[in-house]
Ligand binder design. Sequence first.
Ligand code: GLC
Length: 579
Amino acid sequence: MKILYATSEAVPFCKTGGLADVAGSLPAALSQEGAEVAVILPLYQRVREKFGDQLHFECYDFVNLAWRNCYCGLFSLEKDGVTWYFIDNEQYFNRPDLYGYMDDGERFGFFSRAVVRMLHHLKFWPDVIHCNDWQTALVPIYLKDDGVREEQYRSIKTTLTIHNIEYQGRYGKEVLGDLFGLDGGWMADGTIQMDGDVNLLKGAILCADAINAVSPTYANELKNPFFAHRMDSILNQCSYKLSGVLNGIDMQLYNPATDSRISECYSAEDMSGKAVNKATLQKMMGLNEEPHVPIVAMVSRLVSHKGLDLVREVLHDIMELPLQLVVLGKGDAQYEEFFRWAAQQYSGRMSVCLDYNESLSMAIYSGADLFLMPSKSEPCGLSQMIAMRYGTVPIVRETGGLRDSVRPYEAWRDAGTGFTFANYSSSDMLHVINEAVYLYKDYPDAFGRLRGRAMAEDFSWGRSAKEYLRIYANITGQMWENPVMEEVPAVEEAPAVEEAVTPAEEIAAPVEKKETPKAKKAPAKKASAKKTEKTTEKKATKKATKAESAAEIAADPAEKPAEIKTRKKGTARTAAKEK
Ligand code: GLC
């Protein structure tokens, strides 16, 4: 299988966001699975500066973009079994930033055109071109357009990954012919038209052979107007070719046992290094050096879809809890001002750094205890996975990739990998923060096991690569062994009750002795009720309870989401699936 991966950014060459991390890791993982892979991206100024001496000049040609005939250089580099191609045109790409120029439409129009027109200079003719976001959305469109006249283009299949539906490549309709060189028919039949404008992403959604979002939940959410930025109807129409593939993280780079970016290395077997990192973090951030007070951390762009309104609404209630709060990130002025002000109110207990700082972010992942991500929407999100890898237990809202990567904690059967809440509500968020903080403080063994499960999660790229190979196989009709079926992660995997170190006793006992906050009582009750049962009975009862609740929910479709939420989250989800 020959795959050409077209992207506008990739680690380690150039990065503005999560797409670069994906493009930096997925191609090598595909190659490890046996595919032949090449990546193609623009030769930006920063790539030329940092990697110029490693690049090999392949050739140059001229690429037509409407009435323009543009110089197009092709450079290459071999890395991890993948050939990296760089498209050179100084007028378009020799600039300090990747995006943000008034001619971005023309720049990425040229790039997409070059991907198609330079194909015959590459080492292979691809079976699939894998495009990403609006910047490469014109590729499937050009392939169809050229394919009408030139047969060779008809054999290539395309797939499009949507990393964030917010960015669609929207331009005035007058640019269609002049900038992109496309016939008015593309607009007239609606393929590339939305609300009277040219919309490149819409065109690609319609033209690509397969489309996927970066998590299964986000793929579903995209059919809903709340998330879809006006693309819901088109994604509903195309749902037959829409799927969700959860991103991974680079498990070698993000490994607390070997990471040279953190002060002390550690592993699930020996967590002593994490305590040292916590003390270092407290020192660095001017927090009181209290080893037994949990540090709740946020590393995030400070923008509205990250759910910062929820934090703002209940900040004082959060700070009533015995915790410390650390915030790292920059973004909208309103949030920056708020966090700056808040840190002054709680000096010694809350610390804020309004910047993006890689080494501080690693100090936080490795030193904090809990990681808060209450996003309103989150296509995938990588930070929660990084946090889990470093034993920093996530507290997330159940949306997009957060829902797909964090399994809700269930005290009664000692399962789950983090704390989750469903509604976009500050009191629901506060409730789980409270639950998390008290589990940390009062039941360190149960918290330790939860942390161990989070650290053991498999977020490797191999898993995602297999799912992409299945997509490529579907659209090309080529045979590809399908190991995915055996390896699909059990999303609702319940660690067997017998494996747990008598969670019932441990959790139930202190409850009887001392006064406990409300949040803890519910799980404790469930746990003590189960205490005397034999393991097999437990399993049977669990199954029956699940089935009952599922039947109840199914029987009452009018039941409000809020009511469903009061049930065990696992149960509600299972019921929804069965429905
Ligand atoms: C976008 C999304 C983010 C995702 C990343 C990589 O930046 O907002 O959630 O992790 O793309 O796919």
